[in-house]
Write a protein that binds this ligand. Sequence first.
Ligand SMILES: NC(=O)CC[C@H](N)C(=O)O
Length: 396
Amino acid sequence: MSAAPWAELRPTACLALADGLVLMGEGAGARGTAVGELCFNTAMTGYQEILTDPSYAGQIVTFTFPHIGNVGANEDDVETVAAEAANAALGCVLRAPISAPQNWRAGESFATWLEQRGIVAITGVDTRAITARIRDNGMVNCALQHDPDGNFDVPALLALARGAPDMAGAELATRVSGREAVPWQAGVWKWGEGFEDAKHGDGPRIVALDYGIKGNILRLLASRGAQITVLPANATVEEVLATEPDALFLSNGPGDPGATAQVIGDTLRALIDRRLPTFGICLGHQLLGLAIGAKTRKMRQGHHGANHPVLDLDTGTVSIVSMNHGFTVDADTLPPNARETHRSLFDGSNCGMALTDRPVFSVQYHPEASPGPHDSHNLFDRFLGMVMAEKASTAP
Ligand SMILES: NC(=O)CC[C@H](N)C(=O)O
């Protein structure tokens, strides 16, 4: 009697969680071992943008949507800006095998792209079960190994997962930040055109502090006429002011905001004291909160997806937004000169704030989306409007 077909099947990837769960599957992408924090993302589109968002540095992403890779990969849908952030997400966990690309924009297959980018993947595992586990127990460290020969030392992988550093306390933003000042040139991607040129006119001069910045933030600002200089996370007050900025932008980024605030907090406090108009997104929001004396804390399962409802407390309107964060600002700790402006309708956590005595505001979510709904693009108009109003009011 010949052997059953599945007798030949051998797992080529192994996912070991620090809590003891071990899953076998089929490997894809880069070979080797990725060790980091396992989180999940519920977005149904934008897998390339998600995996190249530097905010995912040190993390492995479980996609809850089962079919990932169908539209292939291209050079345009990459959110990473600085070469230092090349390895944003370390790995990914997928339900279905990666199929051949079905899209005119595909330059190559998703599997090839994962390999080129050094991202380790496992397919054929129950991603819904992993998601439910993280939802119930919180994010967990893991080791993900892809080995075409299927030689797995499971106890060693479990030990790697258990020995991985905790995300709480991890200072990652200065690691993924670019190292040099960069004048930003590209605008948003347009159907049939590609990226439009930045509209350089007399738009406001903005310094974007790069804690792991996503390209679409810069593109949305550039397409609105802003003249942008991207500066490294550890730029000094003097280096920021030397560009004669009209405004400051504080970017998204990976890791624990508390750890990064210890490195760059003094600079940020000094810049806030200069009363520069400021807008912060995600890590930038958290760093701003810490700089004014509020506290941040780690969330249990975090918010990672493209359909999160957020209430604007000023207008009573609800936006559906993109989110990607594992820490949150505790609104109860905001000082008297700050007020909460947005709140998550999923769990009531803080999603935005504004200072009452200077032109500064920030949001926990991602108005640039990429991927996600465009409901909140108007925040970029609000920022630039605020900058222009401030310029007009201080003009000699
Ligand atoms: N997208 C981000 O900027 C994430 C901020 C921070 N690293 C967090 O996980 O909460």
